[in-house]
Ligand binder design. Structure first.
Ligand code: UGA
Length: 442
């Protein structure tokens, strides 16, 4: 199969893996997706995507109909089928530590290696501590049958939840971390459709490729915390952070993206990635170089506490017995992901102070109920808002942006709102008689 279109396997069919497998099959590759979770594999085989991602179910249909996408739970089958194996499992924050939990990456590589009996490329896509590819190279060499030539490469993934299909089909750039020309050629073949569409490519060594990913997420997190730090200063001076951000954004060197102030960042990537990066840099003796990321994390977590402060103030100084309508649970709109979701953190803190919190989210209700069974859940905005003393907008779904303040005003007990995401038109809400408050704005 050398030179020809490589056959691809994708290890791990979570967010990243499922999207990658589906898109590569639609692009014309033969793809085998693998996961140890039988239920997940069954769901995918039956044409359903096990999480919410706009556009992905249609792509899965297309891929299955093409006959180019199959799923398995067997490492033997993966080894037998594939020329290029993509590692797409998660690297969550380790329990009781800030380091990345590498057990899933290590498990798939250890599961696959003993079955590899011909030349193959293992490509890491997961976000990992720098040095992982080198470590995995030794691991594979110790586990693969003697004489088989297995190489590691790194191809970090930059997709955003909610835009997974778009970001995979038309990425801003591709990064190939490789240790040989052969690996570069194999990766070029696997990404031929993107390269033909002139997606920019950076070819580099393994540690640089690993670092690109954590650097990118660190920069994005820093940008968000920067504007949120400015919001704190605005609060002390009566200035308006929205106007400030708008004015900064006109400077092309700064740019307006990821400069939206509010409740801050959450999700399964940004928070744990910056923590793992600090941890890894300390191990390498260069902790000082990234110690500013500690401040980025602290500013971000402070947003949650300050949002609670604002909601408490809107409730008249105490949250005990106060009914709060919490709009949003997902860590961001267009996702059902509640990992490290600022919205649910705020809901939990409100409840700790004795508030009765009624949560509504267009997609994340099942996930939220599972992890936070003690909160109250409503099945619509109207139900969440009925009789509420404070409304808190915590995730900026379009569904919430489109709420008519006059309509909502008739449902609540008191027209007090905290716009945790700067998502609403403050003038329209004030016009409708609401006491509108947002962090970084007076
Ligand atoms: C992030 C990166 O944006 C992706 O490029 C990366 O591939 C991914 O992590 C990953 O490492 O896998 P994602 O976690 O899907 O993607 O979400 P983002 O769109 O980055 O949003 C992260 C958080 O920041 C959300 O909670 C969002 O509400 C918040 N945010 C974003 C702000 O508070 N302000 C902004 O201006 C932008």
């Amino acid at each position: 199969t050398e030179g020809a279109k490589p056959r691809l396997t994708v290890l791990g069919t979570g967010y990243l893996g499922a999207t990658h497998a589906i898109c590569m099959a639609v692009l014309g590759f033969e793809v085998l997706g693998m996961d140890v979770d039988e239920a997940k594999i069954e769901t995918l085989r039956s044409g359903r995507v096990p999480f919410y991602e706009p556009g992905l179910p249609e792509m899965l249909q297309k891929a299955l109909e093409s006959g180019r996408l199959r799923f398995t739970t067997s490492y033997e089958e993966v080894a037998e089928f594939g020329d290029v194996h993509f590692v797409c499992v998660g690297t969550p924050q380790r329990k009781g530590s800030t380091a990345a939990d590498m057990s899933y990456v290590d498990a798939v590589v250890s599961g696959l290696a003993p079955h590899l009996d011909r030349r193959a490329l293992i490509v890491g896509k997961s976000t990992v501590p720098v040095g992982t590819a080198a470590r995995l190279t030794s691991l594979v060499q110790s586990l693969a049958p003697a004489g088989t030539d297995i190489e590691l490469a790194w191809n970090p993934e930059f997709l955003r939840e909610g835009f997974a299909v778009e970001d995979t089909m038309r990425p801003d750039r591709l990064v190939f971390g490789v240790a040989s020309d052969w690996a570069r050629e194999r990766l070029s073949a696997a990404f031929a459709p993107m390269l033909a569409a002139d997606v920019p490519l950076v070819v580099t060594d393994l540690p640089t490729a690993e670092l690109v990913k954590v650097s990118a997420n660190s920069f994005l997190a820093t940008k968000i915390s920067f504007i949120n730090a400015m919001a704190e200063v605005c609060e002390a001076t009566g200035a308006d952070v929205q106007d400030l951000a708008a004015a900064l954004a006109y400077d092309n060197r700064i740019g307006g993206r990821f400069l939206r102030p509010g409740l801050g960042f959450g999700g399964g990537c940004l928070p744990k990635d910056i923590r793992a990066y600090i941890h890894r840099a300390e191990e390498l003796g260069v902790g000082q170089a990234v110690s500013f990321l500690r401040e980025v994390d602290a500013i971000n977590l402070r947003r949650r506490a300050r949002t609670v402060d604002l909601i408490r103030a809107q409730a008249g100084g105490s949250l005990a017995g106060v009914t709060v309508c919490a709009l949003g649970a997902a860590f961001k709109p267009n996702s059902d992901d509640i990992r490290d979701a600022p919205a649910l953190d705020v809901a939990r803190l409100l409840q700790e102070e004795g508030a009765i919190v009624r949560v509504y989210d267009p997609q994340a209700m099942d996930n939220a109920r599972r992890v936070y069974p003690d909160l109250h859940y409503a099945s619509s905005v109207a139900e969440a808002a009925a009789g509420a003393q404070v409304v808190a907008l915590l995730t900026e779904w379009d569904h919430f942006r489109e709420i008519d303040p006059v309509w909502l005003g008739e449902l609540v007990a008191k027209k007090a709102i905290v716009d945790g995401r700067h998502a609403l038109d403050q003038f329209a809400w004030r016009e409708a008689g609401w006491d509108y408050k947002a962090l970084g704005r007076t």
